[in-house]
Design a protein around this ligand. Structure first.
Ligand code: ASP
Length: 468
């Protein structure tokens, strides 16, 4: 009998999970689903996360040692960072074009937008923020009644979820320009590797250790290298074993996610989505453009040996996983496996390019942040100037680099982008209802972007003969 490929099994699991959640909403089984099925999804994510740090550590060290010559490392490092930066800036710019053309925030009811605008002006006054455009609804006496009503009704009380997210981002907002670099260098390596949130620190240590190893005599370094390569293999094997259960785990994940969103009334999901339809469609459209136009063009230009269809087929298990876990970090082990085994990228390249990409290169996230900020401005009747839009390019790029590769990280960092152009960070609460769905899709784009760049770097290294 012909065996069904893993990615098909995962897709089937994914659909069955959604169907189960809808049925369980219909028949009132939500509690059963949340108690007995959803935990398997979280166990799956933990299994993948448990491998992420050791894998990043050993694969980066192994990758650097494999390059043999520090000069190759420098060349590959510069190319990788440039490609990552380029794809991110393209994504943000594309997002800005789409949101300025589609104008999803303008489709809303004018009365609601006027109230939003008043609330914004009240907030700016209270916080002492500058309003950059010309409108001043507060100054118009004709609006007095409306202003009183908005002031009373909105009262700036944010619900708990927003408060906790605000708290999370507070430290980040207070950071200085070099905090980002400062945070990258761990004061204690054991502490860094015991915290999944410290991926950049782990990468820094792995790069440094790998470079150190290159300068040690063969006699001393070869046993270390053998151990590291051996450990890398073991962790990859563990991923392989976990992935055999992926279809079931993905079923459980989807059942849990959808049930938690919808509770006992499946219609709620559609309701949530409806109010934010144009915004969600604009984000989804941009993400699809990245996946089906931008990446294929990059591949076509740089990588002749692969068709985009072949590329997508090879990377699809990682994409499915990105979709169901919403985490590039949890997906990383599988991305590595797909890129090396299905796309035949040299492990020396992929083990260097992908772990870094999972942490710093998030094209989907940066695009979504650009669309979200302008959408929120539009629905508050705020005209963003060209300068403010340029600021968005810069901060969305930095915010996506700083976003952890975990669910909802992009939403938390969005507050920084909002603040950078003088908007209210608490507005993330408005798009919160649809964020999980968009998070799933933007994580797919994040992972696809990393895989694309790894193919390009592999090709360039082949051409230049920099691989030993
Ligand atoms: N979930 C995304 C990732 O892991 C990050 C985000 O946009 O929230 O790539």
């Amino acid at each position: 009998m012909k065996r069904i490929a893993l990615h098909w099994k995962i897709i089937i699991g994914l659909f069955l999970g959604v169907i189960w959640a809808l049925l369980s909403g219909f028949f009132g089984w939500s509690e059963f689903t949340i108690n007995w099925i959803a935990p398997w999804g979280r166990i799956f994510i933990n299994l993948l996360k448990l491998i992420a740090i050791p894998l990043v550590l050993f694969s980066i060290i192994g990758g650097i040692v494999g390059l043999g010559d520090p000069k190759n490392l420098g060349r590959m490092g510069v190319r990788t960072l440039l490609m990552y930066l380029l794809t991110t800036v393209v994504a943000v710019s594309l997002g800005l074009v789409i949101v300025n053309v589609v104008k999803p925030g303008v489709w809303m009811d004018t009365n609601v937008r006027t109230e939003n605008r008043i609330a914004y002006e009240l907030w700016a006054k209270q916080e002492g923020k500058t309003i950059h455009d010309k409108k001043r609804l507060l100054a118009d006496p004709a609006n007095k009644g409306l202003i009183d009503m908005v002031a009373e009704r909105r009262g700036y009380d944010q619900d708990e979820a927003i408060q906790s997210r605000l708290k999370l981002a507070k430290d980040k907002r207070e950071s200085r320009p070099l905090t980002f670099v400062e945070d990258m260098v761990p004061g204690n390596v054991f502490k860094a590797i015991s915290d999944n949130g410290s991926m950049l620190k782990v990468i820094f240590f792995a790069l440094f250790f790998g470079v150190g190893l290159l300068f040690v005599s063969d006699e001393k370094s070869s046993p270390v290298i053998q151990v590291i390569n051996g450990l890398s293999e073991v962790f990859l094997k563990m991923v392989d074993l976990i992935m055999r259960g992926a279809p079931f785990f993905v079923f459980a994940l989807m059942a849990g996610i959808v049930t938690e969103m919808a509770g006992d009334s499946p219609a709620k999901i559609f309701e949530l989505f409806k109010g934010l339809t144009w915004y969600s469609l604009a984000v989804l459209f941009g993400l699809l453009l990245m996946a089906f136009v931008i990446y294929p063009s990059i591949m076509k230009f740089f990588v002749k040996r692969l068709t985009y269809k072949g590329f997508l087929k090879g990377i699809s298990p990682a994409q499915m996983l990105a979709f169901s876990t919403s985490s590039s970090a949890a997906t990383l082990p599988v991305t590595l496996e797909c890129v090396e085994e299905n796309l035949e990228v040299d492990p020396k390249v992929s083990s260097f390019v992908l772990p870094i990409g999972a942490t710093v290169n998030m094209d989907g996230t940066s695009m979504y942040q650009a669309v979200a900020v302008v959408f929120l401005a539009q629905m508050h009747m705020i005209d963003l100037s060209f300068g403010q839009q340029l600021t968005i390019v810069l901060t969305a790029t930095l915010a996506s680099i700083g976003s952890a590769a975990i669910p909802s990280a992009g939403l938390v960092m969005l507050m920084i982008v909002l603040s950078s152009v003088g908007l209210n960070p608490a507005w993330i609460g408005i798009i919160l209802p649809v964020d999980r769905i968009l998070d799933m899709v933007r994580t797919v784009v994040n992972v696809t972007g990393d895989a694309t760049v790894s193919c390009v770097i592999d090709e360039l290294s082949n051409d230049a003969g920099t691989k030993s």
